[in-house]
Design a binder for this molecule. Structure first.
Ligand code: HEC
Length: 492
């Protein structure tokens, strides 16, 4: 289905049906769409894609189907979903669709996957807004975006939604704000291979990773409350993905508190290797500025900075493995390091401290700086010079002035996009993630793409030390075969 979805949105046309007819419904006019970065429509806003003149408003009530409304909608329309329980996966393969939950008397529209369904919302269109939904008990993702630009995901309340809570991948110019997420097996908010993303005022807790900024450029992570995860906020490069860099990230004004939850990530996934008690982790990312955060009660370390080698990850010749030019400005840090993991403990003992550090840097990296280093208990910051800036107030947002054009997707690119949009979330080229490395599967299925196509439609349990792979039978048969061929063809 996701394959269908990708091909479908090539054919989206601007059919406009007379709004007069629909405006006869009893719906009150939808509230104006407001953004955190209000500024009279100048820098840092994503305009509402609801077309006040021609857009229709669909109303979905308890017992009805959200997907049906999406299927009937056209770009510029709004779908309002009333309180009730919706057991479905919603695929949004067209552009400029606003999905707005109606919260009434404290009752939320709830998407409930009953631990049977994989995903609540999957979008591939541009200009998608999803707000005011409660999402519970899915196995895969709460909200996942593939290559959709200009998105807004906000005010959602996501509990126990599987591997990733909010997961935009390959998107540009997106806002993720005021969401509350808990009980997520990998990352509650996972920004993967994106550009220009603001992650603002979210609460993430009782997940393995609170917020992940991975292989992403130009991102602002501000005002979030990351507590009681295994690790609070992570900015890093995963080796082996098609986007090789992660840089220009500001992490400021966040609360990063008591991230000491036992790691319950899928065995072998990258996050399963993250030590519990880590407030903020920077791995191999460059030009990350850490400012004005309150980082406290993280038992291993407040801020941990590492390269790929120390983290024991297979290197990717195309990814520079060191964190370079980080800037640590003033942060409030106390009561961190009460129970460091063995490696960190051993390092700290060399400095006569039996507590873990506020800040630890291990491995390579050049050009990093820090303001008021003596405020913190540190390890490995010998090479950090004094910071040359005092604050980041000149950067208000990384959202763009204007919406960016949709990503062009030709039929030829479809299998590639399906691979990177779906499979690469769990399979990296030569590194174990949720699933086995692609290189291993290439050996297993050499010259047999049909074998892969058949397996992914109905996977059976093959490996004791991996979780089950979810069926990919929503991808049409042709795309399954194409993606299998693609998987066998890649060399990085
Ligand atoms: C949510 C994570 C996830 C996604 C998404 C995913 N896989 Fe997997 N995959 C796994 C896991 C976990 C295993 C190992 C399962 C086992 O051994 O029981 C696996 C195993 C496999 C295997 C090995 C089968 C065998 O005979 O050993 C192939 C081939 C495969 N996946 C292909 C794909 C393709 C192609 C896609 C994209 C369309 C994909 N996977 C998407 C998690 C995932």
């Amino acid at each position: 289905m996701r394959g269908v979805l990708l091909s479908l949105f090539l054919f989206v046309v601007g059919l406009v049906i007379g709004w007069q007819f629909l405006s006869k419904t009893s719906a009150p006019p939808p509230p104006p769409v407001q953004y955190s970065n209000e500024d009279g429509g100048t820098k840092g806003t994503i305009p509402s894609f609801f077309n006040a003149e021609t857009g229709r408003i669909f109303e979905v009530k308890d017992g009805e189907s959200i997907q049906k409304a999406v299927t009937e909608s056209n770009p510029g329309d709004m779908i309002r979903v009333y309180p009730g329980t919706y057991n479905e996966t919603v695929y949004i393969d067209k552009d400029k669709i606003t999905l707005q939950g109606v919260i009434s008397g404290g009752e939320w529209p709830t998407l409930n996957g009953e631990k049977q369904l994989n995903d609540a919302f999957l979008y591939s269109g541009n200009g998608i807004l999803i707000e005011n939904f409660r999402i519970i008990d899915y196995k895969g993702n709460g909200i996942m975006g593939q290559a959709g630009n200009n998105f807004v995901l906000r005010n959602n309340w996501i509990v126990d939604a599987g591997v990733y809570g909010i997961f935009p991948e390959f998107g540009k110019n997106g806002l993720i704000e005021h969401n509350v997420l808990s009980g997520i097996e990998d990352a509650a908010i996972y920004v993967g291979m994106c550009d220009n993303i603001d992650v603002l005022y979210n609460e993430v807790y009782e997940s393995v990773a609170g917020i992940e900024i991975e292989n992403t450029r130009h991102s602002l992570v501000e005002g979030n409350y990351a507590h009681d995860n295994t690790a609070g906020i992570l900015v890093f490069i995963t080796p082996g993905l098609p986007i090789k860099t992660c840089y220009d990230v500001i992490v400021r004004n966040n609360f990063v508190v008591n991230n000491n939850t036992e790691n319950f990530g899928a065995p072998g996934s990258i996050v399963a290797g993250v030590p519990k008690g880590t407030g903020l982790l920077v791995m191999a990312a460059d030009d990350v500025i850490i400012e004005n955060n309150i980082i406290t009660g993280n038992d291993n370390a407040g801020i941990a900075i590492t390269d790929h080698v120390f983290a024991n990850l297979t290197s990717d010749p195309e990814s520079e493995p060191n964190p370079d030019r980080l800037v640590i400005l003033d942060n409030i840090m106390f009561d961190n390091g009460n129970d460091p993991v063995a490696d960190v403990k051993a390092l700290m003992l060399t400095q006569m401290s039996n507590k873990g550090p506020d800040i630890i840097a291990v491995g390579g990296g050049v050009g990093s700086t820090i303001r008021n280093k003596d405020r913190y208990r540190t390890f490995g910051l010998g090479g950090y010079g004094p910071a040359r800036i005092t604050n980041t107030s000149s950067v208000r947002t990384f959202l763009l002035d204007e919406p960016v054009a949709p990503r062009e997707i030709t039929a030829l690119e479809r299998s590639k996009l399906t691979y990177y949009g779906i499979c690469a979330g769990c399979h990296a080229y030569n590194v174990r993630m949720i699933g086995p490395p692609t290189i291993t599967l290439q050996a297993l299925y050499k010259d047999n793409p049909q074998g892969i196509a058949d397996y992914i439609a109905a996977p059976i349990r093959r490996r004791e030390d991996y979780p089950e792979m979810p069926p990919q039978n929503y991808i049409d048969e042709e795309t399954r075969l194409e993606v299998a061929k693609y998987m066998l063809s890649i060399t990085e």
